[in-house]
Design a protein around this ligand. Structure first.
Ligand SMILES: Cc1ncc(COP(=O)(O)O)c(C=O)c1O
Length: 425
């Protein structure tokens, strides 16, 4: 009955986005319409036009590889020239890398830390990047220091929490622009400015930020900033940017030693050896498709409104179903990605959160993200242009009863299907 009211009458429910010909936005994506896609943030989603363009250039590559590869670096430089204005940056500050993890690895492998140096991260960091940071510290017999930032900390409190963990040995701060487990921003601009004043290098993990925060790169003004175009930007997967400040750009080299090795930054990143770079070539098509079809400003405000509505609706339904308050106070929230508390024992740790995600796909055909932070489980919803209120109503109607049922089972979360994820992060 309540869900019916939500479906028919709620005046606050945002009207779905449509293309100019009236078709629902999702018809522009390759996504299976029989599956609910509530987690754009993890692995993205690619518009059909970008996939078609990528397929066309891949066919060219396959038809004449010897003609294809030698001029490829010039084409990549051209792509940088197309992408840079959309990201608010000059092309000569932008290098292309396969993904945010790869961009972080470039930085960890390129900079020289002193013996015994400390690398500072936060407890909101993406586990895989934090592992790289830990290894960078270990290589110099130094250590990883973790700043604990309360989920609800506002800008000042977040800055203070990070800065309190800086020591005389800190040589690199790795900080997220938008956090993965907790869907919040961190005051990256203030942290980078304070670090620079103290001679500490900064790496901002902006994996989710490109196109979601239009001025992210300038706002952070980090020494090194990495961000995925295959998340909110909807580019084909394997497309990310690394932005280096001119003062430190000379330090960074691609992970692959190739024929650009003697060139300046960022041209040396245009050379990747014999790698299929068709995702990079097709990235501008994806970004332009969204601008031309809906407008990025409209997509940003739609996804923020939709995610806010969905969060409120799911908090309400989940709280009633479990009889506990499932709302969350998040300091420095971000429009299109939101959290809802998931009652214990669900998703209490990273491993079990991933198990819950896998079970939700297998048993309900709903793609979700569950995260855990400080022992508390969360449902993380991450909206894009193709999502509609129906997606979240369906989650309320079908997924919440399952969560209630599973919470009473002795083993609600089977081991995650990805063995790489079996470790705790
Ligand atoms: C904050 C953050 N950093 C890094 C990554 C890794 O992205 P990729 O696998 O594309 O390197 C993610 C992925 O979700 C993320 O959320």
């Amino acid at each position: 009955m309540e869900v019916l009211v939500l479906r028919q009458l709620d005046p606050a429910a945002p009207a779905r986005l449509r293309a100019a010909d009236g078709s629902p936005a999702i018809t522009g994506w390759a996504l299976d319409p029989l599956i609910r896609h509530l987690n754009h943030g993890s692995f993205g989603g690619v518009p059909n036009v970008a996939l078609a363009y990528q397929q066309a250039v891949r066919a060219q590559m396959e038809s004449a590889p010897v003609a294809w590869f030698p001029p490829l670096p010039q084409r990549i430089a051209g792509v940088r020239g197309q992408l840079a204005p959309m990201l608010g940056i000059e092309p000569d500050r932008l290098a292309l890398v396969p993904n945010a993890s790869g961009g972080a690895s470039v930085v960890f492998n390129s900079i020289q830390l002193s013996d015994g140096a400390e690398v500072l991260v936060t407890d909101h960091g993406y586990g895989a990047v934090t592992m790289g940071a830990a290894r960078a510290a270990r290589r110099v017999r130094g250590q990883l220091r973790v700043a604990n930032v309360p989920l609800e900390a506002d800008e000042d409190a977040s800055f203070d929490a990070v800065w309190a963990a800086v020591t005389d040995r800190t040589e690199l701060i790795v900080i997220d622009h938008i956090t993965s487990p907790t869907a919040r921003r961190l005051p990256v601009g203030r942290i980078c400015a304070a670090a620079r004043a103290r001679g500490i290098l900064t790496l901002v993990d902006g994996a989710h930020a490109p196109m979601m925060l239009p001025t992210a790169i300038a706002d952070a003004d980090a020494d090194f900033w990495v961000g995925n175009l295959h998340k909110y930007g909807c580019a084909p997967r394997g497309t990310a940017v690394l932005i280096a400040r001119p003062e430190v750009a000379d330090l960074v080299y691609p992970l692959i030693d190739s024929w650009g090795g003697d060139l300046e930054y960022p041209e040396r990143f245009d050379h990747q050896g014999t790698v299929d770079l068709t995702s990079w070539l097709a990235a501008p098509t994806a970004l332009h498709y969204i601008e031309d079809t809906f407008g990025w400003d409209r997509v940003r405000s739609y996804t923020s409104d939709l995610a806010a509505w969905a969060q409120a609706s799911i908090v309400d339904a989940l709280s009633r179903s479990f009889g506990v308050d499932c709302s969350v106070e998040v300091g420095m929230p971000i429009g299109p990605i939101r959290l809802v508390k998931v009652p214990a024992p669900l998703a209490a740790a990273h491993l079990s959160a991933n198990g819950l995600r896998d079970r939700m796909i297998a048993e309900a055909g709903i793609e979700t993200a569950f995260t855990s932070f400080a022992g508390q489980g969360y449902f993380r919803l991450s909206a894009h242009a193709y999502n509609t209120t129906d997606d979240y109503i369906d989650f309320i109607e079908r997924a919440i009863p399952l969560l209630v049922k599973w919470a009473h089972e002795s083993n609600p979360e089977p081991p995650t299907i990805n063995p790489e994820e079996r470790r705790e992060q």
